[in-house]
Design a binder for this molecule. Structure first.
Ligand SMILES: NC(=O)C1=CN([C@@H]2O[C@H](COP(=O)(O)OP(=O)(O)OC[C@H]3O[C@@H](n4cnc5c(N)ncnc54)[C@H](O)[C@@H]3O)[C@@H](O)[C@H]2O)C=CC1
Ligand SMILES: CC(=O)C(=O)O
Ligand SMILES: [Mg+2]
Length: 474
């Protein structure tokens, strides 16, 4: 699959300064669509010099032609071309650090045996002490079987790992949560449930990730019943929360009430089902789900039992047909399916001021370039366009709040409060078509989500602890 969008590469060359000037090299790179953003002299020399050129390109396919042109320049030896994204992944992206040094025997006897034994016995006598005396209180497992990785599908547990490492990094960087990526070499529902249950003593929460539907529903529901720590399938609930936050604000721009809009959700998998449920709970009345064989409707007996339930709760006018049929008169399109399933013609059939959230990753259901001239509000899951609707705005803050309140679960009230908190970060003065959702780097997001989640955890009785900063509030 070719991924669209800009990228950058490092081109290492040896230059014979008597045969070629740096200006000639820059000009060849520029004329082949490359933009030099950094130059590092790796091996200085009077005549021969080795340099690393960091070159940004709009299209990854340009790189090959550009490298060929560079290698043909007289006086230049092309040593290699490295993709910066691959370089960043060498050896993985995270590591474990100790919190205390071990400098002498005394330290050793306290962090390990014999001193540690007393700590173990204290936890044996009161298991709740695992939260205060181990990493449990701040640690989340990011668990995947690699069956629905982004929109790449079933790419397996090894290939899923870079995404799970990325999620773990985001947990840490954005919310200070320690997260372990765990990719399981099994697709068996019962085996996944048993493994995660057995892992639970180490963790304060379980973030299920990129597990395909409908297995993900049973895995999550059964684990929720078994465990007394939050089990949260991010692709379902993180996505639903960020989507709702974005929709609350987009509807303000088009001035349409939530109970009067027609919403088409495309892709009735893990994310599509959870998003539909949250939209219905938030007041949407006319919602139609479309999967690859068309609209989910009553009158069909689906092998996927979740779809039979879905058909009962959605599509009030029992519309049938393909996306291009049911999109007529829609106010909102929500894509949680795969690349390029929405056309400009489809958008042209929507109501005035269409809202299009094309959230498939890494390639959306329609490209921003194609869609934006025809819509009022457009959003994707990507970071390289305005309005990034991505569950990264949700899972760090939601788990931060749930861990701090030592919550048993992350319930509907906590999720709704998180959506409202994210939406509220965009003020009335700031709100516009290109800014319906705060940036991932907006440092108000995690604290606002954390606060909302803790308040709801306390109110709904799932909190086992009132965090210090909540103790003396009115
Ligand atoms: N922006 C965000 O934060 C998030 C985006 N996503 C994206 O949403 C997409 C789906 O993710 P999941 O629900 O986890 O996967 P999933 O595999 O559970 O569901 C995908 C659904 O799309 C359907 N589909 C495939 N081709 C289709 C077509 N031509 N028309 C309509 N439906 C079609 C599949 O049959 C399936 O039901 C992926 O691209 C993923 O990257 C998922 C979670 C978060
Ligand atoms: C963002 C995310 O979780 C996904 O695309 O699967
Ligand atoms: Mg995911």
């Amino acid at each position: 699959m070719r991924l669209e969008g800009g990228t950058s590469v490092i081109i290492r060359v040896e230059m014979d300064k008597q045969a070629v000037t740096f200006g000639e090299l820059v000009s060849v790179i520029g004329s082949h669509g490359g933009d030099i953003v950094a130059i590092d002299v790796i091996g200085p020399g009077k005549r021969l010099e080795t340099r690393d050129l960091t070159v940004s390109v709009q299209e990854p396919s340009i790189v090959e032609r550009l490298a060929e042109a560079v290698s043909k320049l007289k006086g230049i030896t092309l040593i290699n071309v490295s993709d910066r994204t691959f370089l960043l992944h060498l050896g993985g992206k995270i590591q474990v650090h100790s919190k205390v040094p071990i400098k002498n025997r005394d330290d050793l006897s306290r962090v390990y045996t014999p001193g540690v034994a007393n700590v173990c016995l204290a936890i044996r006598d009161d298991v709740s002490k695992a939260f205060s005396l181990t990493i449990r209180r701040n640690t989340v497992a990011v668990v995947s079987d690699g069956t629905a990785v982004l929109g790449l599908g079933d790419i397996g547990p090894h290939a899923a790992m870079p995404v799970m490492e990325g999620k773990a990094m985001l947990f840490k960087e954005l919310a200070g949560v320690d997260a372990f990526p765990i990719c399981l070499d099994t697709k068996d529902t019962e085996e996944i449930i048993a493994i995660v249950k057995a892992l639970a003593p180490t963790f304060g929460g379980i973030n299920l990730e990129d597990i395909s539907s409908p297995r993900c529903f049973e895995i999550e529901n059964r684990l929720k019943e078994m465990l007394d720590i939050p089990v949260f399938h991010d692709d379902q609930h993180g996505t639903a929360v960020v989507l709702l936050a974005g929709l609350f604000n987009a509807l303000k721009i088009v001035d349409k009430p939530i109970d009067r809009i027609k919403v088409v959700v495309c892709g009735i998998g893990a994310a599509g089902i959870a998003c539909s449920r949250m939209l219905l709970n938030a007041g949407v009345t006319n919602l139609i789900g479309v999967d690859k064989d068309g609209a989910i409707h009553r009158g069909e007996n689906y092998a996927n039992e979740v779809w039979n339930e879905y058909a009962k709760r959605t599509n009030p006018n029992n519309e049938t047909g393909r996306l291009s049929d049911v999109i007529k008169g829609a106010d909102v399109f929500i894509g949680l399916s795969r690349p390029k399933v929405l056309s400009v013609d489809d958008i042209m059939q929507m109501n005035a001021d269409p809202i299009v959230f094309a959230m498939a990753n890494p390639e959306p259901e329609i490209s921003p370039e194609d869609a934006m001239p025809h819509v009022r509000v457009f959003a994707t899951g990507r970071s390289d366009y305005p309005n990034q609707l991505n569950n990264v705005l949700v899972f760090p803050g939601i788990f931060r709040g749930a861990l701090d309140a030592r919550a048993h679960t992350i319930n509907e009230d906590m999720k709704l409060a998180a959506a409202r908190a994210i939406a509220s970060i965009v003020s009335e003065q700031e709100l516009n078509e290109f800014y319906i959702i705060p940036s991932v780097f907006n440092d108000k997001v995690v604290p606002a989500v954390r606060k909302a989640v803790i308040q709801e955890a306390i109110r709904t009785g799932t909190a086992r602890k009132v965090p210090g900063d909540f103790r003396f509030r009115d």
